[in-house]
Design a protein around this ligand. Structure first.
Ligand SMILES: [Fe+2]
Length: 376
């Protein structure tokens, strides 16, 4: 149930933020560990670094740190941590000071919260998300040269997280205080912001803020080397009669310019397969702002976005493992302003009058593209 709307602004701490390197791993709570292991290991090809009866620790082919994904058996499918690596062990002291000044719950585990990770700090941030910071980590074999192990759809890196939050500008201001930079966003002419992409590493993002009822986790994204690797994943899913795992795509994003595919895991957690965005490391990297009514912003080829992609997301947990209450978005929703009431057609501001005039907003042959059961 939506809770109370939090204060509109989050104060900027006087303490400096920790120097974050990159998104490093996500800890996912899953309700059937064997089913999830099958999906992430046998179908998607992530590499098992370590596992026991309670958890599986997975990494991508080019990774040298212990894991990029933890699957942990639990009662409610949710996210336990969005974990970031920082530049040095000293940055953990800064993380403690930064979040303590904001009045957030802060916990430190000198031996780590998960296997393979040393001294770590976990917080519930002012947006309600469980964030982790660490430097110390066990190094493992980087399998970049082990082509004997690569599969046609090999996942080579963790690329980014995507978070659902009701007030995107509020979230962006906070993330800028944490040291992130905006690379792209989606707005309208009234000044409503629907989503924003934020980076530490010099790619389009380490995380994105998507407007919606939150805090929730929209997706976690892994990179492949090439577009054809994504096509290979689709072919494999088809061959395994797992095409229902495909929620959206494959396609080319407008935002980020990346090639994409969205999958849903056995618990419904959304995973994006992503490749070939662009360098953003210059200090004057231009911010790209998209009009919400540009129907190429989410898919460069103009293919529609399935409604579930806008409405469904995973709960996030507090530091005791309790699902965080969800606050309703009050700003206009992107789905409401871009998908017609029939769940098919794309809407633009001028479409209402045009539709009345000729009832032909989209060509008839371009309507009805959603899978049965995915319509509103
Ligand atoms: Fe993404």
């Amino acid at each position: 149930m939506p809770g109370q709307t939090p204060p509109a602004s989050i104060p900027t701490p006087t303490a400096p933020p920790p120097d974050i390197l990159r998104c490093a791993y996500m800890e996912l709570v899953v309700t059937d560990l064997a089913a999830s292991r099958n999906f992430y290991v046998d179908v998607l090809g992530l590499v098992v670094t370590e596992e026991d009866t309670e958890a599986v620790y997975l990494r991508s082919i080019e990774e040298f740190i212990h894991h990029n994904l933890v699957l942990r058996q639990g009662p409610v499918a949710a996210v336990a941590a969005f974990s970031y690596r920082v530049r040095s062990p000293q940055e953990l002291d800064r993380a403690v000071a930064f979040y303590t000044e904001l009045g957030c719950e802060v916990r430190r585990a000198p031996e780590g919260f998960t296997r393979g990770i040393g001294d770590s700090v976990r917080v519930v941030d002012p947006l309600g998300f469980p964030y982790e910071f660490f430097y110390d980590v066990e190094h493992v074999e980087r399998l970049a040269w082990r082509y004997d192990l690569h599969t046609p759809g090999a996942l080579v890196r963790l690329d980014h997280f995507n978070q659902v939050t009701p007030d995107v500008p509020r979230a962006v201001r906070f993330m800028e205080d944490l040291g992130f930079r905006v690379t792209e966003d989606i707005q309208d002419s009234e000044g409503t912001t629907y989503a924003a992409w934020l980076r530490r590493k010099p790619t389009v993002h380490d995380t994105a803020m998507t407007g919606g009822d939150g805090p929730r986790m929209h997706h976690v994204a892994f990179a492949t080397h090439e577009k054809h690797n994504i096509i290979a994943i689709c072919d494999k899913l088809g061959a395994l009669r797992l095409s229902d795992r495909i929620e959206r795509g494959p396609g080319r994003h407008g935002v980020s310019n990346a090639f994409y595919l969205y999958l849903r895991d056995p618990d419904g957690h959304r995973v994006e397969i992503y490749t070939q965005d662009y360098w953003t490391g210059d200090p004057d990297n231009p911010v790209v702002t998209w009009d919400v009514h540009d129907n190429q912003r989410r898919d460069w080829w103009g293919n529609p976005v399935v409604p579930s992609w806008y409405t469904e997301a995973s709960p996030v947990l507090d530091l005791d493992g309790v699902p965080q209450p969800v606050v309703a978005r009050t700003d206009t929703s992107e789905m409401a302003v871009t998908i017609g009431a029939d769940g098919f057609s794309y809407t633009r501001p001028e479409d209402a009058s045009r539709a009345q005039a000729d009832d032909d907003v989209l060509p008839s042959w371009k309507q009805g593209e959603y899978k049965l059961g995915h319509q509103l």
